[in-house]
Design a binder for this molecule. Sequence first.
Ligand SMILES: [Mn+2]
Length: 350
Amino acid sequence: MQTNTNFKTQFDSLVESSNKILIVSHMSPDPDAIFSVLGLKEYFAQVFPNKNVTIAFSNSKIVWHHFNKELDQIVWTQNIISLLHEEDLIIFVDGNSKSRFTPTPEDLDLKKYKTICIDHHKQEHDHYDLELIEPEASATCKMITDYLFISDDLLTKQACEYLIRGLISDMGFFRYVRKNNSDVFLTAKRLIDVGNLDMEYIYHEVNVMSDNAFKIFQLFVAHTVNVKINDAIPNLTYAYLPKHTLKEFRDMNVLSADIFQTLVLRQIKNHPWGFTVIPKPNKKFRISFRSTVGAVNVRLICEKYFNGGGHDLAAAGTYILSEEEKDFDSEDVCKKVIELIKGGSVEIVK
Ligand SMILES: [Mn+2]
C-alpha cells in the first residue's frame, strides 16, 4: 500500500526529471475529471511553477457557466495523441485504461513515455510507471488532496475550491458515503477549513440553472417514463431530450442532465435506478445511468453495451446509430436501451 509521503516523493521525482508534461483525463469529462486536472494545475503552480505543462482532453469544449475561464486554459482536441511531440511524462487522472483518454488507444504506446496514473475506477487497467489506483476512494480529487497536497501550506483557496467540487460531485453531495469510504468527510473537512469554504454557496453554484438550463430540465421532465421490465430487474425511470434540441441547446444539455439526474432519478418511489439519453452530433447519443444499492450495477451495463464506464452506481457511455437505425430519435434509443437490458443479465449492487 502507498503511504502519502511515499507517493508524493515518487510523483515529484518523476516530474522533476521531466521537461514536457501532459496531464489528461477521460473523454466525456465529469466534474471529478475536470477538477482533478485543475487541482493538479494548482499543485504544479505551487511546487513546480517553471515546468512546461499542458492539460488536455480528447473532447469538444465543455460549457460550464462558472468555470469558462479555467476551461479555456485546457486544450480541447479530437485526440490527445496529436499533442504528443516532445512530451516525456504523461499523467493520467480519473481513468486507468488508455481507451478512456483517447479514441484511438492502439496508437498510444505507453512504453514511449514516463507515465503516472491516479484513479479510483474498478475495471482492468493498463500499466503505468507510477500507479495510485484505489477503487474504494470516493473521488480522484480526494486522492489528489490526500496524496499530493499533504501539507496545508500547499492548499491554496483556489485548490480547495476545485478539489471540493470534484469530490462532492462523485459523492453525490455525500449521498454515496458508506462505512468503507466515510473518510471522505475528513478530506472534505480539511478542504472546507483550509479554503474557508461555504457548502451552501457551493451547492447553489453547482445546481443553479440558467434560463436555458431550466428549459432543458423541463423538457427532461416532460419526457420522463417510469418502466417495469420484469420481476428480476428493479423498476427504472428514463428521460430523454428529443433530437431537435441539439441545435437549440448544444452542449448545455449535459449540465442539465446532471441536475436532472441528481434531483429526479432514483427519487421516484420504487424506481431506484434509471438513465437519461441526450442527442450528440454524428448520430451519437449520450447514455448516462444512476443507480442505488439494491438496484442494478450500471458500470457493467455501460462497459458492455455503450463503450463507456464509471462506477457501480453512476456510469455513462455512448450509443451510435447503425445504418438501419439512422432515423431513430432519442425515444427510440431509450427503447433500444431497455431491450438490451432486458436481453442481458444484470448484477445487483449490494
Ligand atoms: Mn471520478
